[in-house]
Write a protein that binds this ligand. Structure first.
Ligand SMILES: C[C@@](CO)(OP(=O)(O)O)[C@H](O)COP(=O)(O)OP(=O)(O)OC[C@H]1O[C@@H](n2ccc(N)nc2=O)[C@H](O)[C@@H]1O
Ligand SMILES: Nc1ncnc2c1ncn2[C@@H]1O[C@H](COP(=O)(O)OP(=O)(O)O)[C@@H](O)[C@H]1O
Length: 299
């Protein structure tokens, strides 16, 4: 018997970042939108814990116990007093170290898959608690849709979304380390007064209305200057997407994936084509959101 779980990527339509906390993390007002780019996690009983991965970025995924999917299986097994004897296979389509929460998706997916395989029957709150221990973005990968994350981004409030938003994503030739981008944010902000992060009323209203023009006017990412500082070539990608008619262009989370909001699937195809021929990125994908979080796709 095996269980397969499908988990989406995310884009941050608002990422407001406060000053570094004593524990090194930053308080956020993090507005997540789950988009239809997916990793698929399949778990099968095995003699011990084993991770395998396939997909275009598979060679960049750690297959040891640092993999978030392995950590998720171990955390659930420990809580229920059993051995994590499971083979976790990751069919990876979400870019690695791209600011789209691919590792977090695999953590949430492995958790839901092992819970179903082992018949653990963990409550939603228990699963969310384990997710928050695994990483700040992991709870959102479990719930999907759209949500405001406060604290480290792990304390979620679901958000109403009044329509489907269409996106183009440009994947970069290399990754960016999330801690390095937060460190650069700290460096750039040295000596300045960093305000408390708050969600934008205009942005939440635009999401609720499903209005792409209003959303385009309201998106923001406080990590974008830091990502551009570490990866200046991204400015060229953002400019190419804007010139091709995107309603707005921004870095997704800590980057380096860049996200382009467009009005409809036709505009998405045109912007994707223009970005591809601009030579400013490795590859281009289109996806719409919101979509549901980690979902059992087969057993
Ligand atoms: C920036 C965001 C935006 O959604 O995503 P990505 O762009 O990485 O996908 C997240 O905050 C990333 O969340 P996640 O990747 O789960 O981070 P974690 O494993 O919890 O933390 C990794 C490191 O990032 C920094 N970190 C993370 C979250 C936070 N609120 N403050 C931080 O300073 C810390 O240096 C921490 O050690
Ligand atoms: N299942 C996983 N998939 C991808 N990366 C993982 C995974 N588990 C751990 N990692 C590590 O986490 C780092 C960040 O990965 P990822 O979640 O893809 O990016 P981001 O945090 O930018 O969204 C990777 O470089 C890798 O070392």
């Amino acid at each position: 018997m095996s269980v397969t779980v499908r988990v989406p990527a995310k884009v941050n339509v608002q990422l407001a970042v406060g000053a570094a906390r004593p524990d090194g993390f930053h308080d956020l007002a993090n507005v997540f939108l789950a988009v239809g780019l997916y990793d698929e996690i399949t778990v099968t009983p095995a003699d011990g814990l084993r991770i395998t991965c396939d997909g275009p970025d598979a060679d960049q995924v750690p297959l040891d116990r640092t993999n978030l999917a392995a950590r998720a299986a171990e955390a659930l097994a420990a809580r229920y007093g059993r051995s994590p004897d499971v083979h976790v296979h990751i069919a990876k389509d979400i870019p690695v170290a791209g600011g789209m929460a691919g590792g977090s998706a695999d953590g949430a997916g492995a958790l839901v898959a092992c819970d179903a395989l082992w018949g653990t029957g963990a409550s939603r709150d228990e699963l969310l608690e384990i997710c928050a221990e695994l990483g700040s973005d992991v709870p959102f990968s479990l719930v999907g849709g759209a949500a405001l994350g406060i604290g480290r981004g792990e304390r979620l409030t679901p958000l109403e979304v009044g329509g489907t938003f269409h996106w183009v994503f440009a994947m970069a030739g290399r990754g960016l380390s999330t801690p390095a981008v937060f460190r650069e944010f700290d460096r750039l902000g040295e000596g300045t007064d960093i305000p408390e992060p708050v969600a934008s009323g205009e942005l939440l209203a635009a999401l609720a209305k499903g209005d792409p023009d209003a959303l385009a006017a309201a998106v923001s990412n406080d990590l974008q200057p830091a990502a551009l500082s570490l990866f200046p070539e991204l400015a060229g990608t953002l400019a190419a997407g804007r010139a091709a008619g995107a309603l707005t262009a921004l870095v997704s989370g800590s980057g380096p994936t860049t996200a382009f909001l467009v009005r409809d699937p036709e505009a998405a195809a045109a912007v994707a084509q223009a970005l591809m021929s601009s030579g400013t990125c490795r590859t281009v994908r289109t996806a719409a959101g919101p979509v549901p979080g980690a979902t059992v796709a087969g057993r």
